[in-house]
Design a protein around this ligand. Sequence first.
Ligand SMILES: *Cc1c(COP(=O)(O)O)cnc(C)c1O
Ligand SMILES: [Zn+2]
Length: 554
Amino acid sequence: MTKQINLECTYCHTLTPFNQFQGACPQCGEVIVEARYEMDKIDVKQWLADLRNRPPNLWRYHEVLPIYNVDDIVSLGEGGTPLIKSRALAASLGLKNLYIKDERQGPTGSFKDRQATVAISALKEMGIQEVVVASTGNVAIAYAAYAARVGIKVWAFFPRLTPNDKMREAALYGAEVIKTTGNYDQTKVLAAQFARAKGVFLDKGIKSVAAIEAMKTMAYEIAEQLGREFENRQRWRAPDWFLQGVSGGMGPIGVGKGFRELYDFGLIDKMPAFGIIQSTGCAPMVEAFERGQRVATPIEEAKTIIATLATGDPGRAYEILYDYVQHNGGYFISATDEEAFNAIRVLARHDGISVEPATGVTFAGLFKLVRQGIIKPDDVVVVNCSGHTLPVEKTILGEQWQKLVDLSDTQSMPALPPEEKLVAAIDTVDGQNKQIVVIEDNEAAARLMSRILEARDDCEVHLAHNGKAGINLINRIRPDLVITDLMMPDVDGFQVIEYIRSSDVLRHIPIVVVTAKELTVKEREMLKDQVDMLLQKGSFLDDEFVDNLIARLN
Ligand SMILES: *Cc1c(COP(=O)(O)O)cnc(C)c1O
Ligand SMILES: [Zn+2]
């Protein structure tokens, strides 16, 4: 018995058999269509038992994917990516359950691998040998890799903004690379004209089906993984939030469909809220959401260097997401390129995960949603984390990411033995950064603060665990800033402040007090004259806190 797959128009709900689909709804012309399977024929209990014996990849859910014959699957082992629990970043945000869906671990490093395996498998099943695709980078790279395995030729059209490294990667897999001078929306039009003129299949004809069905497997995996984490495998579980950096919007549309199917199966008992994050320089969805509108006004010229997120005209995808958020909760918010690059550093230095700028935008959005109290400390939050950092390392790290030691320079430190010379040379290089002394007796709090500060590329942190050691450090380093706790054994924070303020050579150093102590009126008065900033412990979030501090330094 062959599988029945129908496509339902998201606008007028007309059904078309998948194998007769012409790229748009035959009734109304809508291109966003959703696959429908004979769900009632699936015995969920039996299916769960079968899943236990299947490998952890995307095709383990093949019953609910648009393929008639599993022999047609073109796979590179995609899907089944880990759901990593964040420790340090979660702690600094005050979140208890922050999870990172690590899509970097896909074959070409982004969640577009899911889309490519589904699309190229479907093309193979349809007997198509050439395809035209318009992409800001990741889709074309993934298509090119999968197409290479079955000899399908890919014509990849890229907009002006796409980094050369991304285009080169597509070319490496054998794609024909065409760079245009236009934006992404113009590039899509050009690709369509080319496909028509040359009589080649246009990816758009399968795109929405492949993308939605592929992205929904992220929902299946997340629910299965959270079930393991929280429910002892007895049930699956939806997170409270799913966050993604959004351009065309197919990711969250697919993920939403996935959770809906799981809800209908009775495997989860709620739908997650969506955090939809866009780059401020190209945020048509966020702008419409802020105006309370269900239809977005297209952005003509994207003012972001993050090409992956530069869809100026989201069309009906925004309406679908807007409706989702109305029904299930969520928020649309934007973050600037600079905030994104900062978030990349923060994530890398806290959790050891390096991401591409589009995902940096997502994390910058997460910081805002937490700070604004929209995401709560107990919420279970999953962030779709994708992409490698290679094409933009320089922008993220700035110039001072490397210490250069000149070993031929024996003049400047002639008396020192070689190892100490090395240490001294490295110390000299450190001199270019802002020196910060942190005095804090709570080891965990000290480490957290130093990580937050060192996530900036321009700060060097020195830790002291009591007032006496702190004073020694201050004398030795003459820092640009001192951050101190108040309550410490022996020499406390008040004495440290007193010491600094009564010294001619140290007096000018700004002091920030971070304390959990309920201050008396007298103490508060005293501190007001002596210190530059007073922070209550636990009341700050990383980048806001750091921005405030850095303002003291300049
Ligand atoms: C494609 C992509 C996006 C945007 O996804 P949509 O769901 O199509 O808006 C975001 N981040 C990364 C890394 C991507 O590859
Ligand atoms: Zn229709």
